[in-house]
Design a protein around this ligand. Structure first.
Ligand SMILES: NC(=O)c1ccc[n+]([C@@H]2O[C@H](COP(=O)([O-])OP(=O)(O)OC[C@H]3O[C@@H](n4cnc5c(N)ncnc54)[C@H](OP(=O)(O)O)[C@@H]3O)[C@@H](O)[C@H]2O)c1
Length: 285
């Protein structure tokens, strides 16, 4: 049994939600899970409560609201009343208050008008802020797959999230990396409260991982596999303190934790970001 490691969150987006995964995570010191109202076909919360209700108090639980089930599939909304009700439903389904509730991909419901977007985001953030003040969750945050439109929408009058979650890793393009940094600056979020998500872009089976060697981003990555090195480097692309990663294999989770002892070569990361930026500049508009 290892001591708790706050740098790793077990993400349940693609997970089979098996109990053995959660007990394996606890043994490895991974005491945070990240889910969402819409994961597992909108059944994640109830499934967790049913198959691991006794384990949930041992975890910090984060989840997300923003997608709603309809007869025609999932629908995204920033409607503050719907968001508030979704948090209430989350508490009922999980059988406990989540530690963090993220506003899920707010960019999905933005429109052309900047003033509409500012109002819609401010009201959605206020709904989650109120839910937190009412004790329905410990804190609230924003999780954004594509933060590009958000920095210009955020202003100082909006409630500030306690946690920001953005995509990380070698598959993230420079526009998204820079938008994530701009959003962190706009909200005054620092690295300790910035989480990364999807460090492998959802899969380690993609052929891209055979064509690149992420060990070049480490000071000495010779003992690591490419997957381990990609995971370690992801904490710097962009810089985050915690990463939510998905796996159904406790042995894989163990490998990822082992990778965290390696030091990242920050100069190599900087050079890589410069290369990405130069490549974008060289492309026709
Ligand atoms: N917009 C949002 O809010 C958003 C969007 C995406 C993701 N997220 C969060 O980020 C979490 C992770 O993202 P993700 O599920 O998209 O994918 P990911 O973490 O980038 O990749 C997951 C894949 O990596 C594989 N993997 C993990 N460790 C491995 C290892 N040591 N060796 C080989 N393969 C390994 C897993 O396969 P095995 O099962 O075989 O290990 C799994 O298929 C999500 O669960 C969610 O919490 C949030």
């Amino acid at each position: 049994m290892r001591g708790p490691d706050p740098r790793v969150v077990l993400g349940l987006h693609r997970s089979r939600h098996e109990r053995r995964l959660l007990t394996g995570a606890l043994d490895l010191g991974v005491t945070a899970i990240d889910t969402s109202t819409n994961y597992l076909g909108f059944h994640s919360h109830r499934t967790l409560a049913r198959m691991a209700g006794d384990l949930l108090p041992k975890f910090t639980v984060s989840t997300k609201v923003g997608y709603f089930p309809t007869p025609n599939g999932a629908e995204h909304s920033l409607d503050p009343l719907r968001l508030h009700r979704a948090v209430e439903q989350t508490v009922r389904d999980l059988g406990r208050e989540p530690d963090v509730v993220f506003l899920h991909n707010p960019e999905h419901s933005l429109q052309e008008s900047p003033s509409h977007n500012r109002d819609a985001l401010a009201q959605a953030c206020t709904a989650l802020d109120d839910a937190t003040l009412n004790g329905l969750c410990g804190a609230w945050g924003v999780a954004s797959w594509d933060p590009s439109p958000l920095p210009e929408v955020v202003d100082a009058t909006m409630p500030k999230p306690s946690v920001l979650m953005v995509r990380v890793g070698l598959l993230v393009g420079i526009r998204t990396l820079e938008a994530a940094d701009a959003l962190s600056a706009a909200w005054g979020v620092d690295v300790r409260t910035k989480w990364g998500m999807s460090p492998f872009g959802g899969s380690t089976n993609s052929s891209v991982w055979d064509r690149i060697d992420p060990r070049v981003f480490l000071r000495d990555g010779s003992d690591l596999t490419r997957v381990q090195a990609a995971f370690r480097a992801a904490y710097h692309l962009p810089q985050v303190g915690t990463v939510a990663v998905g796996t159904d294999e406790p042995a894989h989770l163990s490998q990822l934790i082992d990778a965290l002892t390696e030091e990242v070569d920050e100069q190599a990361i900087d050079e890589y970001r410069h290369l990405l930026r130069d490549r974008v500049r060289a492309q026709p508009a």
